[in-house]
Design a protein around this ligand. Structure first.
Ligand code: ADP
Ligand code: MG
Ligand code: ZN
Length: 635
């Protein structure tokens, strides 16, 4: 329980210690002179007792000679005659409250009640105790906090243009009311994760200088039915008091999923919450100057009722940035970071296709970390290069022990990919080849297109399949044996081939039909029932296999015909471990490479290849995933 304060805990311990102390003290009854009952009885029979004061079971005895003492009866005496009969002066005192006992019994109960209170507070999830049960957890971020402006967001110009109107309205709602204009109440931002949806919503609030209430869709979904709906009502209540303002519901798909489709019999809580949201959105038509923004990367699962006119009728696409956008985003996040004059952000942008804003921010941060590790004052291109590899592939693993044979196989495998990429007309050019293990990969070839592409032709796709298969083909050719290193290659080749058949109508046998949904790449495959027959499924499998095998045969022949080039590349790769595009091109032309530059001047320090024997890791050596964006987007 993170909420249980340490101070409270210490107080509880202190109180318990005190209780124990008091209890033991009262148990000792604090009288020095206690005498056993039999001794007292002896004295009584001998007539030596002068007077007794009785309080409950306690007898305070004054003997005729000697000091007063105390003794105890097992039960309070009901009959005083045994004492009075012997001429003793008996005085019965009213029973005193035993404070020790009271404390012993009452304090633990109080402590338990307090503990229960704390636990209940935690279970309710309410930040502010029992009172705020059901209140929304929207955080009020006022204009002071939202210092994000449009100039801090780049690469999403269309979205910014769409939102300018919203900003104008929030700045001066009266102007729009005077003209009788109806302003969209709900703006839904749609785009892949990390493309800047949340960032953009904050920028709108920052530009308009209005309060910004942000809540995440998952905050509505609670353990108790009805809480989410209460939160929605409360959120809008707060917003109405603060109008004009922005209500931002992040990750709205958590609450706005299509109703009544749930496999596990529906989720009453979520449906109630969604219903409350719909009602509230209808509730304040024109009289309130509130703009509701929401963000999601799964627009396909949203309930259609949310998207109908009057609700989220304005959709703004916040897509992954193109190369110019990436350069601008890099520029934004490079502010406050000392870049060396050699750094060319355009080149960085070119080599990071598919990166979204969050990736680029992360890239520059990694570069700064790498630079710091190398004790540099400025971030250099080498640091950024290393950071990009790190972001895509995971950190370099130079310590990993690779035996000589494994290294040779890897060198041929990667050289095969690279050679294929060079020989095939429609393949993307090679950017870098390396056999330094990184993440789970033994080595990799990076290819980057010369420009961003929104679509791919059939020939490009076939070449891509061939390049992916080239590693395995080369192994088979050179060693007459194969390794597990091609797992990812096959996955990639198969995926492309399958999409060609089921999605892009590129198989003559299957024809021009779309067999799988187009909710693609960044949205993830949509789970759902297959909507075609068993027979078609078989046909698809046959077609996919045919494409892959055909390309495998084609690339095998091509590499056989270029064995010399392959050997030249492998020889240098084994020695240097990494080849850049220009070095690779020189090798293919049959030129000598200039000697390797001394370490640290342009390259990070590099230990020569770890050549000790023995398997390094239990991982199946795996080919890396390609950087995002290498697969074409649906056109
Ligand atoms: P989303 O909500 O779309 O998943 P975020 O808005 O949370 O993504 O983006 C995460 C971070 O990445 C932001 O805080 C911002 O610093 C950076 N970022 C993302 N997209 C952009 C962009 N287009 N321009 C500038 N920074 C961006
Ligand atoms: Mg977000
Ligand atoms: Zn491979």
């Amino acid at each position: 329980m993170g909420r249980f304060p340490l101070r409270g805990f210490l107080i509880a311990v202190g109180v318990i210690a005190l209780v124990v102390f008091v209890a033991t003290q009262s148990g000792a009854r604090n009288h020095s002179n206690v005498v056993s009952y039999s001794t007292f009885q002896q004295q009584l029979e001998n007539g030596q007792v002068r007077s007794i004061r009785i309080r409950n079971t306690q007898l305070q005895v004054t003997p005729k000679s000697g000091d007063a003492y105390v003794t105890y009866l097992p039960t309070p005496p009901s009959d005083l005659s045994p004492f009075t009969n012997r001429g003793v002066d008996v005085q019965a005192l009213p029973p005193a409250t035993n404070w020790g006992n009271v404390v012993v019994y009452a304090v633990p109960i109080l402590l338990m009640v307090a503990l229960l209170f704390y636990l209940l507070r935690g279970a309710r999830g309410g930040g502010d105790g029992a009172v705020s049960f059901g209140k929304s957890r929207a955080r009020l971020v006022t204009e002071e906090n939202t210092n994000v402006l449009f100039r801090d967001v780049a690469g999403v110009e269309e979205a910014k243009n769409d939102l300018t109107e919203v900003v104008e309205f929030l700045k001066n709602p009266a102007k729009f009311h005077a003209l009788g204009a109806r302003i969209p109440h709900g703006v839904l931002m749609v785009g892949p994760p990390g493309s800047g949806k949340t960032h953009l919503a904050k920028a709108v609030a920052g530009e308009a200088k209005v309060p910004f209430f942000s809540i995440s869709g998952s905050d509505f979904v609670e353990m108790f039915v009805g809480v989410g709906a209460a939160r929605v009502r409360d959120l809008f209540e707060t917003a109405k008091k603060n109008a004009p303002c922005i209500v931002f519901i992040d990750e709205i798909d958590a609450v706005g999923r299509r109703r009544g489709l749930s496999v596990n019999g529906g989720n009453d809580e979520r449906e109630q919450t969604l219903n409350a949201l719909l009602v509230e959105m209808d509730g304040f038509e024109t009289q309130h100057d509130i703009i509701i923004m929401a963000a999601t990367n799964r627009p396909d699962v949203l309930d259609p009722a949310l998207l109908r006119p009057g609700r989220f009728d304005r959709q703004v696409v916040v897509d992954a940035p193109d190369v110019r956008g990436r350069e601008m985003i890099l520029g934004i996040h490079a502010r406050g970071k000392p870049l060396s004059s050699t750094v060319d952000l355009h080149r960085v942008a070119v080599r990071t296709p598919g990166f979204v804003g969050a990736d680029l921010e992360n890239l520059l941060n990694e570069a700064a970390l790498v630079a710091a590790r190398n004790d540099r004052r400025e971030i250099t291109m080498v640091d950024i290069d290393e950071a990009a590899d790190r972001v895509v592939m995971g950190p370099e693993r130079r310590s990993r022990v690779i035996n000589d044979r494994e290294k040779r196989v890897t060198a041929f495998h990667e050289a095969g990919h690279a050679l294929a990429a060079d020989l095939l007309e429609h393949a993307d050019p090679v950017h870098k080849i390396t056999i330094v293990p990184r993440g789970r990969a033994l080595g990799y070839v990076m290819q980057f297109p010369e420009e961003d592409r929104m679509s791919a032709s059939r020939n490009m796709l076939l070449d891509r399949v061939a390049v992916a298969l080239a590693g395995r083909a080369t192994e088979q050719l050179v060693f007459d044996d194969v390794t597990t290193g091609a797992q990812n290659d096959f996955e990639q080749a198969t995926q492309i081939a399958r999409r060609m058949v089921t999605r892009w109508g590129m198989s003559p046998t299957v024809g021009h039909v779309a067999l799988s949904s187009s909710a693609d790449s960044y949205l993830g495959e949509v789970e759902g029932a297959r909507s075609y027959s068993e027979e078609t499924a078989r046909l698809v499998d046959i077609e996919v296999k045919a494409i892959v095998e055909e390309q495998y045969a084609r690339i095998s022949d091509l590499i056989t015909a270029h064995r010399d080039e392959l050997q030249r590349v492998v020889d240098v790769l084994l020695e240097r471990e990494t080849l850049h595009a220009d070095e690779f091109a020189m090798l293919l032309r049959g030129e000598e490479l200039p000697p390797e530059p001394p370490p640290l001047s342009t390259e990070a320090p590099r230990s020569k290849g770890p050549a000790a024997a023995g398997k390094g890791s239990a991982d199946a050596p795996q080919e890396p995933r390609l950087p995002p964006g290498m697969l074409p987007k649906p056109g």
